[in-house]
Design a protein around this ligand. Sequence first.
Ligand SMILES: Cc1cc2nc3c(=O)[nH]c(=O)nc-3n(C[C@H](O)[C@H](O)[C@H](O)COP(=O)(O)OP(=O)(O)OC[C@H]3O[C@@H](n4cnc5c(N)ncnc54)[C@H](O)[C@@H]3O)c2cc1C
Length: 512
Amino acid sequence: MLVEKGSSIGAHILSGAVIKPAVFKELLPEVDFSEIPFNAKVIKDKMVLLSENGHLTLPFHIPYMNNIGNYTASLGQICKYLAVKAEEKGVEVYTGFAVDEILYKDGKVIGAKTKDTGLDHHGNQLENFQAGTSIEAKITIFAEGTRGSLTKMLIKKFNLDKDRNEQIYSLGCKELWSVPPGNIEAGQIYHTMGYPLNNDEFGGGFIYGLNDNKVAIGIVVGLDYKDPSFDVHDAMQVWKTTSFVSKILKGGRLVEYGAKTLPEGGYYAIPRLYVDNALIVGDSAGLVTMPALKGVHLAIKSGMLAAQTAANALSKNDTSEKSLQEYETLVNNSLIYKDMYPVRNFRQGFTNGLIAGGFHFGTQLITGGAGFLGRLRTHPDYQTTQKLTEYKKKLFRERFKGKLDFDKVLTFDKATDIYHSGVYHDEQQVVHLHIKDPATFNAVNIDQYGAPEQFFCSSEVYELHIGKDGKKELRIHAENCMHCKTCDIKSPGDGITWVVPNGGNGPDFQNM
Ligand SMILES: Cc1cc2nc3c(=O)[nH]c(=O)nc-3n(C[C@H](O)[C@H](O)[C@H](O)COP(=O)(O)OP(=O)(O)OC[C@H]3O[C@@H](n4cnc5c(N)ncnc54)[C@H](O)[C@@H]3O)c2cc1C
């Protein structure tokens, strides 16, 4: 049984995406490959260094970043296709059900429960109250994607991240455009580095030429940046104004917008993947390779290995931790390990800026990933934001003064972009963004950091409200939430917890 919070399969799925296809042949050996709804095959792949007024196309690829032969795709469309295949094989798929509780018996996972609905803001039952459904299972597989809200609880309860690196994340903002013929070829992809990011900001842009004159564009920025006013959405708008990107979008129109985080901590940040009766797969387990920015094939492979482990465990009638340990062994003998281990130190090397990162990466390339310093550590992203008084460089808004007046042709404010993501939330429900300690939060977060949520949120959920008496408070417009989870990751002091809203709420992505 698969339980999905999106109103349909794919509604909450967002990726680049350029996908490594081999795993699909393994997953569906009986299927004609051409039946899988990939978009264009990558035929041209370039890396471009951007400056404010120009660009340089690199004559080489950074190691691990060559994509020739991979496929562009809307991951949402691929997921829709896979759901049909799964149903044909007997899987029951339930969409529009948000799971908000792990069920335990004698300290062991025995399933999960979907969220109660029909509550008002204070949690009082309304006429349409419906209690959530308890689903008991011999094995529960946590496949919630990035920063899974239940997976987070599971990892904490069983201390599954003991001796592992802190998981760190990036936020990706993406737009899908329809452009005039000739602007970009289907199967032509670009990855950009440089402008508008500075030395402290790890990330870059992607431009993927799709069939039917569509192009997927976006930027992905590490959430370990320091500037308390940094704004990934607005940085993407500035990026679009460069001559290189704007030329590709010229004469086109925005079709869809979305945002999502992705785990970047790599091999050393993978938690223990099993406990009694439960397994963790995909982004929830941190299975993404950097610098390739690839997680789709690893999510699928981990699902296959989890299924194999579950089948073995059920046939032995032994779903204990000892039996499910097989999953971690299979992962460590699979392409997941092969892809992630050689770049195990990659992302950590960049936490002190691009120059240090470039140096570390060079040493890792000649030492098989070890580097000269061995295992590098990380800090959680909520610790890296600096206070306003500590941050000595120009704040984001000063840095891009004059470039943040969006023209609604090439560049868009968040409100307009959100409109293009189909976001909807029931008005009557308990706010799904929990501020841990409101008094301290306001004092520290607003006064010392300048309420960074108003900037880092990809969908204008957080508004700094200043009353007539000068009192400042952070207002929460939960109805805008894109489910990107940035606030759960980046809020100073780990001040905000994201929990699932009502099932079926959230974005309604069509082709992300
Ligand atoms: C901007 C961006 C670009 C990327 N580009 C690429 C790329 O080009 N190539 C590549 O290979 N990878 C790329 N990735 C990474 C890739 O998208 C992920 O690694 C992959 O989608 C992970 O799959 P998953 O199944 O683990 O999680 P997801 O794809 O996030 O799926 C998780 C699903 O679980 C549902 N869910 C979560 N919590 C609950 C709950 N409590 N109750 C019910 N349902 C729930 C969600 O709604 C969602 O549908 C990119 C990611 C981003 C953000």
